[in-house]
Design a protein around this ligand. Structure first.
Ligand SMILES: N[C@@H](CCC(=O)N[C@@H](CS)C(=O)NCC(=O)O)C(=O)O
Length: 212
């Protein structure tokens, strides 16, 4: 039996998890959710993910976990001794603190703006909700100013938590890809951010995670 991910090949959060599984060299099965029949809102799925979302991890021993970032932390920690390292040494208090700082940066400064852009330009129109152009512009401007902070950080170090790649860098990929499509200038105008993001999106794990 291998680890199972309930998700969807197109889903941003599923691709976040797949990228980390591939980096760690962990075998997994993707069990696709059937959106067309609203399978993610069925009682059976709500038992696994109380908010009716994907992805959900079901480990070989039946342990289940949701929230893509928590899933990647679990995978990187459980398989600490294989594949790319991706987490600081738990006994190094300063490295762990810098990792947590980076995790907060992604959640507080990047994700709300980059995912907001994706919602305004892709997910809302898909559901028949017109793009709010004022809000879109606000999100682009905010992301742009947040990337000024990223630029300062990445001028001093290679990755967001230091000079080693961690899961936090990889967490950015799905919404960096989507926001870049609609606001490429915010990346292009930040050379350090642009180089960091370019190197991340060229990783074989991300390329493979995007194959259906
Ligand atoms: N914070 C959650 C977000 C999960 C999420 O938004 N999943 C989307 C797919 S990428 C979903 O299931 N959307 C359907 C819905 O919210 O009804 C995570 O990181 O796992």
């Amino acid at each position: 039996m291998v680890l199972t991910i309930i998700g969807s090949p197109m889903s941003t959060c599923t691709r976040r998890v797949k990228t980390v599984l591939i980096e760690k060299g962990v075998e997994f099965t993707l069990k696709p959710i059937d959106w067309s029949v609203g399978e993610h809102k069925t009682e059976a799925h709500l038992q696994l993910q109380p908010f009716g979302q994907i992805p959900v991890l079901i480990d070989e021993d039946g342990f289940t976990l949701f929230e893509s970032r928590a899933i990647t932390r679990y995978i990187a920690s459980k398989y600490a001794n294989q594949g790319t390292k991706l987490l600081p040494d738990p006994s190094d208090a300063k490295a762990v603190a810098l990792f947590e700082q980076a995790a907060s940066i992604e959640q507080a400064n990047f994700d709300p703006n980059a995912s907001g852009i994706a919602y305004e330009k892709v997910f809302h129109p898909m559901r028949g909700i017109p793009t709010d152009e004022k809000r879109f512009q606000y999100l682009v401007d905010t992301l742009n100013s947040k990337l000024d902070g990223y630029e300062r950080i990445l001028s001093k170090q290679k990755y967001l938590a230091g000079d080693e790649l961690t899961i936090v860098d990889l967490w950015h990929l799905p919404y960096a890809e989507m926001s870049e499509k609609f606001a490429p200038q915010v990346y292009e105008s930040h050379p350090k951010v642009n180089a960091w993001y370019k190197a991340l999106k060229e990783r074989p794990s991300w390329i493979k995670a995007n194959e259906a």
